[in-house]
Design a protein around this ligand. Structure first.
Ligand code: PLP
Ligand code: CA
Length: 310
């Protein structure tokens, strides 16, 4: 297709672009809210979109909340009421993948938090963890002799605040024992999670990389930019890519997924990306950098409000 140009979406163009769409997929953190505060004007913009009959879905790489928790957070921050089935988090989608991919009776060894466990339970996927490593003895030599569950045929790595060497040992042992017959999945590869004031904490990508390095193999990624998470949306709703807009704040996840899946892509500058970064990609000759350039940008999704007035 023709080169994407990252045009500012002014009200006139916004009316046209929104008019041609029947579905909007929203990334959450950095687009709808930052931490625990809604982006000013974002709840009103989504309410108007919904009132105009647009289908709204929420697509997030965060594996540390369930669909239900997202629906509750949207409600609490004043967004239009959402059903859990409109929420596509990497925890829910990982559970969905395993439900289809694991042979009957097989289980997953899971590094993650309670929400990942809850989504696996809801999908009926047998699993060990998430939780403490719980291995016997004081050190790695003892852990290497700890019993392995015979049912485990997959290792799933999500956001795990209690990630540790013992869990890394166990993940490697399951992957070595199962060989290529043991699945290796990561919820996402986000390398950092930004905090207010420029601070950041290491993201799930760091944990996935540790397991990949130990196992000498590459994980299958569930979340953005993988098209698997978009396929989950498509299998739940009738999606026409040409009538769908992906709205995100991150180029290497949200925008790349949208571009790869044939969606219209809209970058908002309320999150992690600056226009200077986009410019760098635009001016580059490298095709893989060009696919990080969105079709349009806004300073904030509140900028869509004038285009949604009667
Ligand atoms: N992973 C974790 C653990 C997070 O806390 C977040 C954001 O809060 C993300 C990923 C990124 O989420 P999103 O895809 O909604 O920006
Ligand atoms: Ca985001």
């Amino acid at each position: 297709g023709s080169a994407r140009r990252c045009l500012r979406l002014e009200p006139g163009a916004a009316r046209e672009v929104l008019g041609a769409a029947d579905t909007l997929l929203f990334d959450c953190d950095g687009v709808l809210w930052r931490g625990d505060a809604a982006v000013a004007g974002a709840p009103a913009a989504l309410s108007r979109l919904q009132a105009r009959g647009k289908r709204l879905c929420y697509v997030t790489n965060n594996s540390s909340r369930t669909r239900d928790a997202y629906a509750e957070k949207l409600r609490r921050l004043g967004f239009p009421p959402a059903e859990p089935r409109q929420v596509f988090g990497s925890a829910h989608c990982a559970a969905r993948y395993l439900r289809q991919a694991l042979p009957p009776g097989a289980a997953a060894y899971v590094l993650g938090g309670p929400a990942l466990g809850a989504e696996l339970r809801a999908a009926g996927v047998p699993h060990l963890g998430p939780g403490p490593a719980g291995l016997p003895g004081p050190g790695p030599a003892d852990w290497a002799r700890a019993p392995l569950d015979p049912a485990v045929r997959a290792v799933l790595v999500g956001f795990d605040e209690h990630f540790c060497y013992a869990k890394l040992c166990q993940a490697l042992r399951y992957l070595q024992r199962g060989g290529p017959g043991c699945l290796l999945l990561g919820t996402n590869r986000d390398h950092r999670l930004p905090l207010e004031g420029g601070a950041a904490i290491p993201g799930t990508g760091c944990l996935v990389k540790a397991v990949e390095m130990a196992a000498e193999r590459e994980a299958f990624i569930i979340g953005k930019p993988s098209r698997y998470i978009f396929d989950c949306v498509s299998s739940e709703f009738k999606i026409e890519p040409a009538r769908t807009i992906m709205v995100g704040d991150r180029l290497d996840t949200d925008i790349l997924m949208g571009n790869n899946c044939g969606l219209t892509t809209l970058l908002t500058l309320t999150g992690v990306t600056t226009l200077e970064e986009v410019k760098g990609h635009q001016e580059s000759d490298c095709p893989s950098r060009k696919s990080l350039v969105p079709d349009y940008y806004v300073d904030s999704i509140a900028d869509l409000l004038p285009a949604l007035e009667d």
